[in-house]
Design a protein around this ligand. Structure first.
Ligand SMILES: Cc1ncc(COP(=O)(O)O)c(C=O)c1O
Length: 265
């Protein structure tokens, strides 16, 4: 089941609702339907006796940093349990400690049947993973099934293993939990300072600022000032700092961002 949630991107290409990502890859997989994010009734309205899975991001990234409501996640989980539908959470952007928990769904206590994870999983080594519960595995995978040529190769396996060691040794989750409170405070101060900034939203080190000025112009000026921020659509400045960012780094970021935003007054 594809869920665009008002045309927002929610996952891999074949199930994204974002036309920008879809169009170059058409024709896309058939049989995918869309519902609205954070609206469980709209999800129910799309479910039929043929629905096999519901896929979404726990916190939507490309769409402009939209965290799921707890009630929505719980409602979708209950719907999946009731109808024997798989819940797939795409944690590629919001996972790997970015919200202070290893996976964003852990903030809500709503466990998926299948989960995707990538990005910091290899800390620069290209690797992604598709994880499933034992129950799902028993009913879907058998020895000898085709995997992928490079799937689970020793090189990326060693990288992932090292990444998990480093997360423990460097107390990444605790660090993100602490530093993100400071980041949120600083970003809130910035949003209060400028009339054209309307809202901060997000969790942990995954934050978006809604702007009435062009987000791409702000991002371009920020880059000139030595600050890398990205956009999510025309009206959101997306802030996804490295998980090892310090409070001093946050101060430096805030100072640079203020310098950039002043030029838009
Ligand atoms: C939420 C989400 N899902 C899927 C993807 C695609 O991941 P990959 O490039 O590993 O296919 C991305 C890429 O940014 C993403 O942010």
């Amino acid at each position: 089941m594809r869920q665009s949630f008002h045309g927002r991107t929610i996952g891999a290409l074949s199930v994204t609702g974002n036309a920008h990502y879809q169009e170059p890859f058409e024709p896309l997989m058939d049989g995918v339907r869309f519902a609205d994010f954070n609206d469980v009734e709209s999800v129910k309205a799309q479910v039929t006796d043929k629905t096999c899975a519901i896929i979404m991001e726990t916190i939507q990234g490309e769409s402009g940093i939209h965290p799921a409501d707890r009630a929505f996640l719980e409602g979708v989980r209950a719907l999946c349990d009731e109808k024997d539908i798989l819940l797939i959470l795409d944690e590629i952007q919001c996972g790997m400690g970015r919200t202070g928990q290893m996976y964003a769904w852990q903030n809500f206590g709503v466990k998926p049947d299948i989960m995707t994870t990538a990005k910091a999983l290899g800390c620069g080594v290209p690797v992604g993973a598709f994880l499933m519960t034992e129950r799902v595995a028993q009913k879907s995978l058998a020895p000898g099934d085709h995997g992928t040529t490079y799937g689970g190769n020793p090189f990326v396996g060693a990288a992932v293993s090292k990444v998990f060691d480093l997360y423990e040794q460097m107390h990444i989750l605790e660090h993100v939990g602490e530093v993100s409170v400071y980041l949120e405070q600083k970003l809130d101060e910035i949003v209060d300072k400028y009339d054209f900034l309307k809202q901060r939203r997000g969790m942990g080190l995954m934050q978006g600022i809604v702007t009435e000025k062009s987000s791409s112009e702000i991002a371009a000026k920020a880059l000139d000032a030595g600050l890398v921020v990205i956009t999510a659509g025309a009206d959101v400045i997306r802030i996804l700092p490295p998980l090892v960012i310090t409070k001093d780094n946050v101060d430096e970021m805030a100072e640079k961002l203020i310098g950039v935003l002043d030029a838009f007054l």
